[in-house]
Design a protein. Structure first.
Length: 295
């Protein structure tokens, strides 16, 4: 059975996709790598991947992630977002993941609002379940063909009727998969020793992607973690991330043009634009409320 790694790349993040590929070359040199992208992106990423797959031009944004079964050329696949580094071999972990034909690290939740606006209690009432799988910020998934096709088919069905499940909120592939996994009784995998984000760490992160090294103390317990992957989701730790990208590019002799711009853009979005927008949205909601009660 063939096994490989798949990612997606766009003109906005193809340098990150290259960084993922290089980190995999460090720790998983015997694992084939595939990237799904548009013909425009292909020339930029093709030298660093074993296979390039044409993405569906009719799909936009995060919708591509519920079509991963169509994109993967492998029987067994680990998918990773482009803004991920891998530090340890993956093949030795497969037996732990093979118990299900689709999974990702996560937990169960019974209340609250997801980062994308999904009301947990409302959707649980809708689907008739007591707890919802939550893989928010996962940045990865394992899936196996052909069994996973039925899972992705259900996800696509839910996505086509998303407002009925989620209300008038922005589409989020992770919430679609949360609902799908819950309906199919698919268990999320535990986070520890596999998944991490920079915000998981208490204090300094001892990281060197060029040597497959990452270690830190967990924020909530102080326990030492040496994860398989780190997901720099939502443009976290922009300068730390790009420093590692630059090291990987230098190690493999890849031109590093554009990396400074990546750091500055990610920092601007996370630390300036998004917080300002959030405050503006709060003010607009307050203003609308005042107008309603002043009638």
């Amino acid at each position: 059975m063939s096994f490989g790694v798949l990612t997606l790349a766009t003109m906005d993040d193809y340098l990150k996709a290259i960084g993922l590929a290089l980190s995999l070359r460090v720790s998983n040199s015997d694992v084939p790598l595939a990237v799904a992208c548009s013909p425009k992106v292909r020339p930029y990423v093709a030298p660093y991947f074993d296979l390039c797959v044409d993405e569906d031009p009719e799909l936009k944004g995060f919708v591509h992630k519920i079509h991963l079964d169509r994109y993967s050329p492998f029987d067994e696949t680990f998918f990773f977002d482009s803004d991920v580094f891998i530090f340890r071999p993956l093949k030795g972990l497969l037996n732990d993941w093979r118990t299900q034909s689709y999974s990702a690290c996560g937990k169960y939740t019974t209340d609250g609002i997801s980062p994308f606006g999904l009301d947990t209690e409302a959707v649980l009432r809708k689907i008739g379940r007591k707890a919802l799988v939550q893989i928010d910020g996962a940045g990865h998934a394992y899936f196996r063909k052909p069994e996973c096709v039925a899972i992705f088919d259900l996800a696509r069905t839910i996505a086509a009727d998303y407002r009925n499940y989620a209300g008038n909120i922005k589409f989020a592939d992770e919430d679609v998969m949360n609902i799908t996994m819950t309906l199919l009784d698919l268990r999320p995998m535990p986070h520890f020793d596999f998944w991490s984000r920079p915000l998981s760490a208490r204090g300094k992160i001892d990281i060197d992607a060029t040597n497959g090294k990452c270690a830190f103390e967990l924020m909530d317990t102080g326990q030492k973690q040496e994860p398989v992957m780190m997901h720099f989701a939502a443009n976290e730790a922009a300068f730390l991330y790009v420093k590692q990208l630059r090291r990987l590019f230098n190690k493999f002799g890849v031109p590093a043009r554009g990396l400074t711009e990546v750091a500055l853009k990610d920092f601007y979005l996370r630390e300036m634009k998004w917080p300002i927008k959030a405050r503006v949205d709060i003010f607009k909601a307050w203003l609308s409320e005042q107008r309603y009660f002043s009638r």
